[in-house]
Ligand binder design. Structure first.
Ligand code: MG
Length: 389
């Protein structure tokens, strides 16, 4: 070890693994034998992110992994062109792996390096229903049996550019049913998924406001932040957005529009480093952090580390049992699943070093032999035109 390099040595290898159901993992190894895991993924674009990780790895090999911020600056900005889902997600996974290495090198969980825990447990919500919400009451009841106190559901399936009376009633009826099953002491979040036009969002939000959803998510598409303020002021329902925003600069217009909840994805928005900064920025507008995470165990572990160290954290998503996880699930790649055993709908504070999750490397290598070629569905309207999924 040269004086230029710290306790973790220098990076000698960066590997990537495309694994079912639709994920991409990265593994960084140092010459001191320290290994860090990350999850760089854009769902449906795994191959493009993998290629970008391989390009960024050219810079990382030979470097001291403990200079996380300096690496973040170079990887985010050093290519001149910056931002967007593919580059920001490649960076995000590498950033997670570097924090994992740092925690392991210092023998502490990442949240200790972020200033220490600010809470004792982290509230989780669970998904109910699929793309086309049905059997909603049964799904909610099952999640309540598991101990969760909050659920999230899709507001709707495919929606026309302007909704019919029946389309609008369908959304309102589902939210009303969810409230009835949940009672007054539990929460429902409603994901509009960018499927609902801004005019319809302004129409629907006041109608579901009496059922007091915890928040409504992506009521307009993320490339239309100029429409957000009118949607925010259309009702008293808190508005959330952010799974398709990738940096603090991307979040600024949404915060200025008055969103109540920011949802950066630890695997899209520049990793632990940038999500911490997005959370701090959100605090200026009294907005809360609810990290998006329909992904795998590394992304969830990274999210929990941030959740435990961030004052304005609200609630955490997870993908266990989600409708996307066909053929493999989050726990398949974890050596000790107890870190993701939620009690009464809360996650306990991880105490292991780094991201606090032991990845089953043999399972990852085995699964990567099969890989995947997951693509999101392409929906069409009745007239054959493209519909938002
Ligand atoms: Mg969403």
């Amino acid at each position: 070890m040269t004086p230029d390099h710290g306790a973790a040595g220098r990076i000698v290898r960066v590997e990537t693994f495309v694994v079912p159901p639709r994920w991409l993992f990265c593994r960084i190894e140092t010459d001191q034998g320290v290994v860090g895991w990350g999850e760089p993924i854009v769902e449906g674009r795994a191959e493009a992110v993998r290629a970008t990780v391989e390009v960024l790895a050219e810079y990382l090999v030979g470097q001291d992994p403990l200079r996380i911020e300096d690496h973040w600056q170079v990887l985010a900005k050093g290519g001149f062109y910056r931002g967007g889902p593919v580059l920001s997600s490649a960076l995000a996974g590498l950033d997670q792996a570097l924090w994992d290495i740092a925690g392991k090198a210092y023998g502490v969980p990442v949240h200790a390096l972020l200033g220490g825990p600010v809470r004792d447990r982290v509230r989780m919500y669970a998904w109910v229903g699929g793309d086309e919400p049905s059997a909603l009451a049964e799904n909610i009841a099952a999640r309540l049996d598991e101990g969760f106190t909050a659920v999230k559901m899709n507001a709707t399936g495919r929606m026309p550019a302007l909704a019919t009376v029946a389309d609008v009633a369908g959304v309102v009826d589902r939210v009303a049913l969810a409230r009835e099953v949940l009672g007054p002491h539990r929460d429902v979040a409603v994901d509009f998924h960018g499927r609902v036009g801004a005019a319809d969002a302004r129409r629907i939000l006041p109608l579901i406001a009496p059922y007091q959803p915890m928040f409504v998510e992506e009521p307009v598409l993320p490339d239309r932040p100029h429409l957000l303020r009118d949607v925010v002021t259309a009702s008293t329902v808190p508005v959330a957005t952010g799974e398709r925003l990738y940096s603090r600069w991307d979040f600024r217009p949404a915060l200025e529009a008055g969103v109540a909840v920011v949802q950066p994805d630890l695997s899209h928005a520049g990793g632990i480093s940038e999500t911490r900064r997005i959370a701090a920025l959100a605090e200026v507008w009294d907005a809360q952090l609810a990290p998006h995470c329909p992904l795998g165990p590394i992304a969830l572990a990274a999210s929990l580390q941030v959740a435990f160290a961030t004052p304005n954290f609200l609630i955490q998503e997870h993908s266990i049992g989600i409708h996307y996880n066909e053929g493999a699930d989050l726990l398949d790649y974890v050596a000790d699943t107890s870190v993701f055993a939620f009690n009464d709908g809360y996650a306990a504070r991880p105490i292991g070093p780094g991201l606090g999750v032991a990845i089953d490397e043999a399972a990852v290598r085995r699964a990567s032999q099969a890989g995947h070629a997951w693509r999101n569905p392409v929906w069409r309207h009745d007239d054959g035109g493209f519909a938002e999924w």
